[in-house]
Design a protein around this ligand. Structure first.
Ligand code: OAD
Length: 228
């Protein structure tokens, strides 16, 4: 069975109602990304950062997967599919995708500030004073700017196995996530679905750009790959 590796970013969830990071105003829901997604931001104003992710968590409880997420599930009928997402939402899992690796963490998880391996499932608000069993403050289980990306190595191994790579809705500006595609074997067909692509077809060997939104572009590519 051929293996398809799908690299997704905020764009695949945009049509479910979740804002992307680099919208026209350069802000994420009104905040500078460094203010709400860095250890320095958390040290400076933990209440603001916790409340920011509380809002994201509440919003995630209200949204549902779109036709893009759902089409990727259909791919599993014919291919071994691995999704590597930069998204902290769980819309791929809600849609029913089997193998989802979260490079940047998950909104519905929190972890101890004293032990990064102490991770808990958490769907409600998180506030100062929410401690782990040993009395240490809990924080969002999100990879912030400047922090290690523990899932990077497994992600690289998966990309290196791919027969086909599909990239959906990412500005390819945040490293190391943006460099993952470089680990695909030479000559691997790469498809990029993004209405405003940040790369052009000469940037990678065997790259096809589909300048459409996820709900249009993904179902049509999936149909093409299944029928091929
Ligand atoms: P960005 O906000 O940087 O890019 C979103 C991409 O989605 C852009 O290229 C848009 O053109 C595209 N897009 C918008 N609407 C779309 C639609 N309906 N269908 C398909 N594509 C669409 O988001 P990411 O590249 O995911 O990290 O951002 C990478 C990381 O930066 C995030 O994981 C986050 C952020 O800081 C952390 O939180 C750690």
């Amino acid at each position: 069975m051929k293996q398809i590796v799908v690299l997704t970013g905020a764009g695949i969830s945009a049509e479910s109602g979740l804002k992307t990071f680099r919208d026209a105003d350069g802000l994420w829901e009104g905040h500078d990304v460094m203010e709400v997604a860095s250890p320095q931001g958390f040290a400076r104003n933990p209440e603001l950062v916790l409340e920011f992710y509380n809002q994201r968590r509440r919003q995630l409880l209200k949204v549902t997967p779109n036709a893009g997420h759902k089409a990727l599930v259909q791919l599993e009928e014919k291919f071994k599919v691995d999704i590597i997402t930069q998204n902290v939402d769980n819309l791929h899992e809600q849609a029913g995708s089997g193998n989802v690796l979260h490079l940047h963490g998950e909104l519905f998880k929190v972890r101890s500030t004293a032990d990064e391996n102490h991770v808990l499932t958490w769907k409600k608000d998180l506030v100062l004073g929410d401690f782990d069993e040993n009395g240490h403050q809990l924080r969002p289980h999100i990879v912030w700017f400047g922090e290690m990306v523990p899932m990077l190595e497994p992600a690289i191994e998966i990309v290196a196995q791919a027969d086909i790579v599909i990239i959906i809705g990412t500005s390819m500006q945040v490293y190391p996530a943006a460099s993952l595609v470089n680990y695909a074997k030479l000559g691997t067909p790469i498809y990029l679905i993004d209405p405003k692509p940040n790369v052009n077809e000469n940037d990678f060997e065997s790259l096809t750009i589909i300048a459409k939104t996820a709900t249009i572009g993904v179902p049509s590519l999936v149909m093409q790959l299944i029928d091929h």
